[in-house]
Design a protein around this ligand. Structure first.
Ligand code: ZN
Length: 192
């Protein structure tokens, strides 16, 4: 039976690598997959999901306006699809998470979503909020803090390596970087 899956983690836990491996496993068995990724800058068209270990696959991009259910329904008129994989799923809207649940319930295609649970201020992303609420299956992809504990928080660092405490949830074209840390070190670095 098809299910809606949400694989969540903090930064650099190998989400894209896991997504591409899952897609490869389907394709190896001559089954078709469709990969989506977020268009942060609102460009339409195709993109690539690339993992840090160097593998990649063509992907369709979604913006806030993309009707994922209608698009996938149109795709299966061309060819059967056996699995939908969504990278950067934290950027989905509530409506799009609902559409993906319809892909599972009405089109009977499994949907695997991969995304960040929380932003650099410890707040849930919209897409993750509804995936955590509505997915059939939740799985955490773990990564570790420099101290060895599980890292479930993300620090935003500016170009000088200083912790950024406020700002937009999504930063486009900046020089900031992100560091996955445990809750204890998140509090310590933020000074709270
Ligand atoms: Zn730590």
């Amino acid at each position: 039976m098809a299910k809606l899956y949400f694989y969540y983690s903090s930064m650099n836990a190998g989400k894209s690598t896991t997504l591409l491996q899952s897609s490869y496993n389907y394709r190896e068995r001559h089954m078709n997959t469709l990969v989506y990724t977020a268009a942060i800058d609102n460009r339409f068209g195709t993109a690539k999901v690339t993992s840090r270990i160097g593998i990649s696959q063509e992907a369709l991009v979604f913006t806030n306006e993309t009707d994922l259910y209608q698009q996938i329904k149109a795709q299966i008129r061309q060819q059967p699809l056996h699995c939908i994989l969504v990278d950067e799923a934290q950027f989905l809207t509530k409506t799009q998470v609902y559409q993906l649940s319809d892909v599972v319930d009405k089109l009977h295609i499994p949907v695997l979503c991969y995304g960040l649970r929380t932003d650099f201020q410890g707040e849930l992303f919209k897409g993750s909020q509804y995936l955590l609420a509505w997915a059939d299956q939740l799985e955490e992809l773990k990564t570790i803090c420099y101290c060895g504990r599980k890292a479930n928080f993300v620090l935003r660092l500016n170009e000088k390596g200083e912790v950024v405490k406020a700002g937009e949830q999504i930063q486009i074209g900046g020089n900031d970087s992100y560091l996955s840390v445990c809750r204890r070190h998140y509090k310590e670095r933020l000074g709270c």
